[in-house]
Design a protein around this ligand. Structure first.
Ligand SMILES: Nc1nc2c(ncn2[C@@H]2O[C@H](COP(=O)(O)OP(=O)(O)OP(=O)(O)O)[C@@H](O)[C@H]2O)c(=O)[nH]1
Ligand SMILES: [Mg+2]
Length: 425
């Protein structure tokens, strides 16, 4: 079975529908008023944590997750239909990181939690919205805006209450299988487990989850073996269990495991922990006692069990329940917010020196919402330019009547403010 815990996707909100361009047509009213309705909103892309999956496998093979486009506004002031939302379902413990800004867009810690990955575009206003006493038949409408588009990395950190760590072959999967409902693969060779397994352990009404991860070996932190990249999955467990094979130098192994964990994240050593000494069926009682006592010197509780023969497992279960620290709310990853730089209006000569370029955040956004080839729309925009201070800025910079003005890629002609006023009335 494939197991993916990191996957890159593109989330794209749907484009908003354009505003409708329509005029009321009645039998005895050939020249009815404008009645183009609002364009529909573009659909958004959401991510949601659900209960019954434990990997990102379902998303393999798909890269673009695009929500539906909003429909154009219709006549009779009828709004266009909104675009359909798109829902991406992932396991609890998934984070979504914006690859371009580094922003943590979503950190899903609970079943049912839902966050927006990419917002849909806005619908444009229909021509009915642009009617005024001086403009009774607007022959233009506002365009819908593009939806947000984000390059995202989805990353899963399993959120298990208890995490099992140990050398390959120590019996981690056997322990998980013996204690929980999980059915991981178990075999007598190292690196049987290639991806984490998650199980649920129940006692009366209480329950907790337990995960095993691939075996860790010496120098894992230098990239040896498989273990290290999977340590991420135990980074949020509340209790760590060191699983040691009684026949494989348990004390040395324990020290080596702690060394590797520390190299990955020193805080892991401060986590509530215990030692499970496994495979006690391979030794006699005095040997088990001697080794257990020796391990006690590390200052952690030591429970001796046989996962295979079921020895002392009920006791281990009780200890696990008693040691599990209170469930505290998980700390969500820091959310750095995306900064939108706001640029005021500025006019300057373009590189060729033959035209003027006017920039400004609000201004550029406004232009993208109208068709520059539609004279009525341009007329409307010119009214907006005036209010926003574009003419003032151009005049101050030295623009002359008839000069070309480029705003967000669209070309307009400059006329002195006073003349423009006469024209538009
Ligand atoms: N005798 C004995 N053998 C055991 C016990 N627990 C596990 N084993 C055996 O040890 C071997 C490894 O067990 P696994 O549970 O696959 O070990 P693991 O730690 O998950 O190993 P990796 O997935 O490779 O890291 C298997 O052959 C098991 O049958 C035990 O209590 N006693
Ligand atoms: Mg295993």
């Amino acid at each position: 079975m494939a197991f993916r815990d990191v996957i890159d996707i593109v989330a794209q909100g749907g484009k908003g529908g354009d505003g409708g361009m329509s005029f009321l047509r009645l039998k005895y009213m050939p020249k009815g008023g404008p009645d183009g309705g609002q364009g529909g909103k573009g659909g958004s892309v959401f991510i949601e944590a659900i209960d019954d999956i434990t990997s990102l496998d379902r998303l393999i093979g798909k890269r673009l997750f695009k929500a539906g486009t909003g429909n154009q506004g219709e006549g009779r002031n009828k709004a266009g239909k909104d675009g359909e939302d798109l829902l991406i379902q992932v396991p609890v413990g998934t984070t979504a990181i914006d690859m371009d800004t580094g922003e943590v867009v979503a950190d899903l810690l609970q079943v049912g939690q839902r966050e927006t990955l990419a917002k849909g575009g806005l619908g444009g206003r229909g021509n009915a919205s642009f009617a005024s006493s001086t403009r009774q038949s607007p022959r233009f409408a506002e365009l819908g805006t593009q939806g947000e588009k984000r390059n995202l990395r989805l990353e899963l950190r399993m959120i298990a209450d208890v995490g099992l760590v140990g050398y390959p072959n120590a019996g981690k999967s056997s322990l998980l299988a013996a204690l929980s409902n999980a059915k991981p693969e178990i075999a007598s060779y190292p690196f049987t487990t290639l991806s984490p397994n998650l199980g649920v352990i129940e006692q009366g009404l209480e329950r907790f989850t337990m995960a095993d991860i691939p075996g860790i070996i010496e120098d894992a932190h230098k990239g040896k073996g498989l273990g290290l990249e999977f340590l991420r999955h135990i980074s949020r467990t509340r209790l760590l269990v060191y699983v040691l094979d009684i026949a494989e130098e348990p004390a040395e192994t324990f020290k080596s495991l702690q060394h590797e964990l520390k190299a990955y994240d020193p805080l892991l050593l401060e986590r509530s922990s215990l030692i499970v000494l496994n495979k006690i069926d391979l030794a006699n009682a005095p040997e088990v006692k001697e080794i257990s006592d020796g391990l006690s010197s590390f200052g952690l509780p030591v429970i001796a069990v046989s996962a295979e023969e079921g020895q002392n497992l009920e006791h281990l279960k009780e200890v696990l329940f008693s040691l599990l620290p209170e469930k505290t709310a998980l700390e969500p990853l820091a959310r750095t917010s995306k900064r939108v730089e706001f640029e005021p209006i500025r006019a300057k000569r373009d590189l060729s020196g033959e035209a003027w370029v006017v920039t400004g955040t609000e201004l550029e956004a406004m232009i993208s919402r109208f068709d520059p080839a539609n004279p009525d729309a341009v007329n409307y925009l010119q009214g907006f330019f005036k209010g926003a201070g574009v003419y003032k800025a151009l005049k101050k910079a030295g623009a002359q009547d008839g000069d070309d003005v480029i705003i967000a890629g669209a070309v307009f002609e400059y006329f002195d403010e006073e003349k423009t006023k006469e024209e538009s009335s």
